[in-house]
Design a binder for this molecule. Structure first.
Ligand SMILES: [Ca+2]
Ligand SMILES: [Ca+2]
Length: 243
């Protein structure tokens, strides 16, 4: 049915299309994607303050409150939003993620796909005693919406941020020049090395794996004694103040 119908329409449309300029076509495409954003019903994420992001994390269209004290990703909390605009009690992200005693959980939240839905990168690792870092028990990129009970994602995939050392901090960054958030990782690479690693957004969203060129350009080598600085303005680069 649908196919037949679109074929009938296709003929006059094709004639019109000939007269359309490339610019006109792009404007139409932008309008379409804007419309699909609105169709999700959620408003765009915004910043209540430098370390507090208001946006829908679980896909129920009600904005949730995410705090990230110190911009480190190690003490993140979530308060689920309700229909009347209020927020529930503060829940530690590490508890939602199921981090065990002795494990360190880090998280970074942003709209990595730039589709109006917040997602999360998570890393859970038990820090090693000696010089050799442990690899992560869980390291995943989790596009939203996320499950309220455990921050799970139907589209979760392994991230290599936990494969090359112990992630100590995660932070949103704006490195390559596009609309998609990037990630900075404070990484204990072993032998006293503490680097700022980076994962750049891919064209169309999501995060690429480790890339040496990207590290050379945006990362920084350091030591346990002198760790490199981490970005603290990642959210600010992508989200406006709420009011
Ligand atoms: Ca919500
Ligand atoms: Ca980017």
């Amino acid at each position: 049915m649908r196919l037949k119908r679109s074929r009938v329409i296709a003929v006059p449309l094709a004639a019109v299309a000939l007269t359309l300029t490339v610019a006109g076509y792009q404007a139409g495409a932008a309008e379409l994607s804007h419309r699909s954003d609105r169709a999700t019903g959620a408003s765009a994420p915004c910043l209540a303050d430098a370390t507090t992001l208001i946006g829908d994390l679980d896909g129920d269209t009600y904005p949730d409150k995410i705090t990230n004290p110190g911009h480190t990703g190690t003490a993140m909390t979530v308060q689920w939003g309700a229909k009347n605009g209020s927020f529930g009690k503060k829940v530690q992200v590490k508890d939602l993620l199921g981090a065990k005693k002795g494990e360190v959980a880090t998280a970074a939240v942003a709209d990595f796909e730039n589709d109006g839905t917040l997602g999360m990168v998570v890393n859970i690792v038990e820090p090693a005693d000696g010089d050799d870092p442990n690899t992560a028990r869980v390291a995943e990129y989790r596009p939203g919406p996320l499950d309220r009970t455990n921050l799970g994602s139907a589209d979760a995939r392994h991230s290599d941020i936990g494969d090359r050392g112990e992630a100590k901090q995660l932070a949103i960054a704006h490195y390559n020049d596009d609309a998609y958030p990037d990630l900075a990782i404070l990484n204990n690479g072993g032998d006293g090395q503490m680097d700022r690693d980076v994962r750049l957004s891919k064209p169309g969203g999501g995060l690429a794996d480790f890339d040496y060129e990207a590290f050379q350009k945006y990362g920084e080598a350091g030591s346990l004694a002198e760790p490199p600085a981490m970005p603290a303005d990642g959210w600010k680069q992508f989200y406006k103040p709420c009011s």
